[in-house]
Design a protein around this ligand. Structure first.
Ligand code: NAD
Length: 290
């Protein structure tokens, strides 16, 4: 039975997960590397909840109660009373492996562990923990409060009880689960990220400008966002990391990350979160950077 939730990583996904769980009535402990990250995360959640009240989607007392359910902790010992800890830290396998190994000694023996990874093998991440049978992939979509889907991914070692508890937790959040086998990037990103990568190749090869590519896919394929706008929204570092996992994991050159995507990441232009990516967000309206 999951009562208290821990979330490791207070970036865009961790904050979204914390917000949705707290709104659904779960006490949440939010962890990140520094108090600065945590305060920025709380400010984001506070702003999102206030906007939901303004739009009439949430009552004022629900906003207040949700915020009051979120505690912060700069180290993993603060997660000691959590029944489920979801990791939503940077998409980097060595960093996640270290994080999970460290986390195990701080959480209670029966606690479930989950990763929100976009692409990395759940079986491999589970293998560095002391409880691979209680480890599962719970992959939320961005932005978490708006997106209905959650992908559930069982590692080879995941036990049926862990899967059932995760399913019940997702239902309690009012979300819909799909099940994916544990192969690189699962279902959504196996399909979505190669499309985004192809859009970057289309830009790289000079076939169209940022504006032409995004307008073409919005108006020509009826996508709510153009692929380059979506890449900026996801984070270009995350997009590149997913393509690298697909490329290495499936050993097929069709997943080769576009060199232009690599260049943007090397420049530190990671999209919205750094205010520059395929668009420049520093002014009133986003301006294409190519
Ligand atoms: P982000 O860069 O916004 O946030 C990552 C956060 O993790 C940062 O605040 C960072 O300080 C923190 N962090 C890093 N190492 C840590 C550690 N050892 N302990 C505690 N905190 C740590 O990234 P994000 O977009 O929120 O992505 C997080 C995860 O969710 C990734 O695995 C990503 O693949 C996955 N994901 C992302 C999206 C998306 O659209 N961005 C969608 C679904 C899943």
């Amino acid at each position: 039975m999951i009562e208290t939730l821990g979330v490791v990583g207070a970036g865009q996904m961790g904050c979204g997960i914390a917000q949705v769980a707290a709104t659904a009535g779960f006490p949440v402990v939010l962890n990140d590397l520094s108090d600065e990250h945590l305060q920025a995360g709380l400010a984001t959640i506070g702003g999102n909840l206030a906007r939901a009240v303004q739009k009439g989607q949430l009552a004022e007392d629900q906003r207040r109660d949700a915020l009051a359910r979120i505690r912060t902790a700069v180290d993993y010992t603060g997660l000691g009373d959590c029944d489920l800890v979801i990791e939503a830290a940077t998409e980097n396998e060595p960093a996640k492996r270290k994080l999970f190994a460290d986390l195990c000694s701080a959480i209670k023996p029966g606690a479930l562990l989950a990763s929100n990874t976009s692409s990395i093998s759940i079986t491999r991440l589970a293998s560095v923990t002391d409880r691979p049978e209680r480890f599962i992939g719970i992959h939320f979509m961005n932005p978490v409060p708006r997106m209905q889907l959650v992908e559930l991914i069982r590692g080879i070692q995941t036990e049926a009880d862990t899967f059932t508890a995760a399913l019940a937790f997702i239902a309690a959040l009012g979300k819909t689960a799909t099940v994916s086998e544990d192969f690189p990037a699962f279902i959504v990103n196996r399909i979505l990220l190669p499309m985004i990568n192809e859009a970057v190749y289309t830009l790289h090869e000079g076939i169209g400008s940022v504006d032409a590519i995004d307008t073409a896919m919005r108006l020509g394929a009826n996508h709510p966002m153009g692929p380059l706008q979506l890449a900026d929204f996801i984070g270009l570092d995350t997009c590149l990391a997913v393509m690298q996992v697909l490329h290495e994991g499936l050993a097929d050159s069709k997943y080769r990350p576009c060199p232009l995507l690599v260049k943007y990441v090397e420049a530190g232009w990671l999209g919205r979160k750094t205010q520059r990516g395929f668009y420049d967000y520093r002014g009133e309206t986003p301006i294409p950077t190519r």
